[in-house]
Design a protein around this ligand. Structure first.
Ligand code: 0GY
Length: 316
């Protein structure tokens, strides 16, 4: 990519949501050298709409972001592999995500969205493509409610395949969702630390509940991703001492240091639903050493943990 805004015009008759920023086409080369085998464990592909149409029930229409563009970003940043997470704009139509995994030469695994009506054969086909998890989304601006008994039934079925459940929710909703989350029978991966409000104190009740959730539930992991989504202070470092997205640093660092074996990191490219600031993915990579401050923590976050979850056959 490197400055060439190729393929960003949404095609296939879909017009992208107004105000939505295009992803950053010329990311810098990170100063932080990722360890060998590093995995970008949270990213998406969007369409292209002409090939893989967006879901009728979607709440936003993104700009196209193809697998070729994702793989170019992977190589540019220095990641070895990707975990491609089904985004809500594709609903439960996993074709774009599965195609990216299937054609990645073993360099991508995926997380799908499925309905109760999914057949065992369809689950097997997703497994063969590289899918290792399902995503349950509770962010109200993104999805309509799916009954919890349907989700529990799906969780029970995908457990048989050795998959896990990825959950996405806002911090204020954790109390209401607690009983459901703690009933899930698989490994559970939380997107973006359960979206803490980083303007609130790190020792306040909201984030304390999230830490308690991870502490009490040994099967719960967290992505310490998306500073650009959570930050109010933004990408500009104040001076040489203070990092970009500095208000997110203590939250992410706390999670990494308390649960070093249950954390993952991802770019979240192509950054859906950002209207004020579109991050430079190279600078996002440079954020990592602020939250994982030793080589050992960085290796767990970027290599050992995602490999254990998504390529378990390599760690047996
Ligand atoms: C993310 C975050 C968002 C969107 C989605 O599937 C999605 O549409 O996850 C968001 O808008 O916060 O992780 O991509």
């Amino acid at each position: 990519m490197n400055g060439k805004p190729t393929g960003k015009e949404t095609s296939g008759g879909f017009e992208k949501t107004t105000g939505w920023l295009d992803w950053y086409a010329g990311p810098s080369r990170p100063r932080f050298r990722l360890p060998a085998g590093a995995v970008d464990a949270h990213c998406h592909v969007f369409g292209p709409g002409a090939l893989f149409p967006y879901a009728p029930e979607r709440k936003y229409t993104p700009c196209d972001a193809s697998k070729a563009q994702l793989f170019a970003l992977r190589d540019h940043l220095g990641f070895a592999r990707n975990v491609v997470v089904q985004a809500t704009c594709h609903g439960a139509d996993n074709r774009a995500m599965a195609d990216a995994c299937r054609t990645s030469g073993g360099k991508a695994r995926g997380v799908a969205t499925v309905k109760r009506s999914v057949t065992d054969g369809e689950l097997q086909a997703l497994h063969a493509a590289g899918v290792r998890g399902v995503r349950f989304n509770f962010v109200k601006r993104l999805v309509d409610f799916t009954p919890k008994d349907e989700l529990l039934e799906i969780a029970g079925r995908i457990k048989q395949l050795g998959w896990h459940v990825v959950i996405y929710f806002e911090a204020v909703d954790l109390p209401e969702l607690w009983d459901f989350f703690t009933a899930l029978p698989t490994t559970v991966v939380v997107d973006h630390m359960g979206r803490p409000d980083v303007s609130k104190p790190i020792d306040g009740p909201e984030f304390a509940l999230f830490l308690r959730f991870m502490r009490e539930q040994g099967n719960v992991w967290s992505k310490v991703s998306c500073p650009e989504r959570l930050s109010a202070s933004g990408p500009n470092a104040l001076d040489g001492e203070q990092a970009a997205y500095r208000d997110v640093v203590p939250f992410a660092r706390r999670v990494v240091e308390e649960f070093p074996d249950r954390v993952l990191w991802g770019t979240d490219w192509p950054h859906p639903n950002l209207k004020n600031h579109m991050p430079d993915d190279g600078l996002l990579v440079d954020f990592i050493p602020n939250i994982a401050v030793t080589a050992e923590l960085q290796h767990k976050l970027l290599v050992a943990n995602p490999t254990r979850l998504y390529w378990p056959e390599e760690t047996r």
